[in-house]
Ligand binder design. Structure first.
Ligand SMILES: Nc1ncnc2c1ncn2[C@@H]1O[C@H](COP(=O)(O)OP(=O)(O)OP(=O)(O)O)[C@@H](O)[C@H]1O
Ligand SMILES: [Mg+2]
Length: 246
């Protein structure tokens, strides 16, 4: 069996204003897996995600999505790749001046030629998937924090992406809501065949959904392996990460 990675990062180094943040990271992510990216606050998790969606350019190294080098790529081709990628940002970022339904419609309006009726139908379908079809007309300010997270997820998957990046999707949610969000993320993998890269601090969530784990520390990928290897790893930082929450 010879499965090619859907994301391939090789020797990625990068930083802000000359201050290094990511140091020589190499990492493969395979189709239809959930990769959890862990590490203490400020270690570079969000920075890594931003490179994977082309918001930041590395100082050194290569990043391939779907076997295409996204560091040296023309804009048209990159936009085509981005259509197959969904992103759930750390802060959820819905536009407050328009309704929830209109928020979810944005990617469909921007990237497809579908009729308004069909777009509304698809938006309602996605909202139903995240349990929010009853608040289609609400404004984001009228939603709870957990609802906003789910709404942002509905927007991230509006175009049925092959890859979903999610930066702390469960942060700030109560355990029951967090668990149902995990069920939803798992179903994206199992039923829709997505590949998910999830930044999280929630140990319970990692144990529920991760296939593999990468632990970033001081800008390096200190550990990368299966969930079961991670849980019994003797890398002291990783042990501390898992045991501090027990
Ligand atoms: N736009 C920026 N300009 C300058 N420095 C930045 C910028 N964004 C992040 N940094 C720095 O880069 C480092 C990594 O930040 P990053 O946001 O990637 O961390 P993180 O692992 O996502 O943390 P958290 O778990 O708190 O979200 C931090 O030292 C941070 O101060
Ligand atoms: Mg972050």
């Amino acid at each position: 069996m010879d499965i090619q990675p859907i994301i391939k990062i090789e020797h990625l180094s990068s930083g802000y204003n000359g201050k290094p943040v990511l140091k020589d990271i190499s990492l493969d992510i395979y189709p239809n897996e959930i990769m959890a990216v862990l590490g203490t606050s400020g270690c570079g998790k969000t920075t890594l995600l931003k490179h994977l969606i082309g918001l930041l350019k590395p100082d050194k190294g290569t990043i391939k999505l779907f076997d295409k080098d996204i560091v040296n790529i023309d804009e048209v081709e990159f936009n085509n790749i981005l259509k197959q990628v969904g992103v759930l940002f750390q802060n959820g970022a819905l536009l407050n001046s328009i309704s929830l339904g209109e928020n979810i419609a944005i990617p469909l309006e921007q990237h497809t030629n579908l009729s308004p009726d069909l777009i509304e139908y698809l938006v309602r379908l996605k909202l139903k998937l995240v349990g929010l079809d009853h608040v289609y007309d609400y404004f984001p300010s009228e939603l709870s924090g957990g609802m906003r997270k789910r709404a942002a997820l509905a927007r991230a998957i509006a175009l049925d992406p092959k890859i979903l990046f999610a930066d702390e999707p469960g942060a700030g949610l109560d355990p029951v809501t967090a668990s149902s969000l995990d069920t939803l993320l798992l179903s994206l993998k199992q039923q829709l065949g997505m590949t998910l890269i999830i930044v999280t601090h929630e140990t319970a969530s990692i144990k529920r959904i991760a296939d593999r784990v990468t632990y970033l520390h001081d800008g390096k990928a200190l550990f990368s392996g299966s969930l079961s290897e991670a849980l019994k790893s003797d890398v002291s930082e990783l042990r501390a990460f898992f045991h501090s929450s027990e």
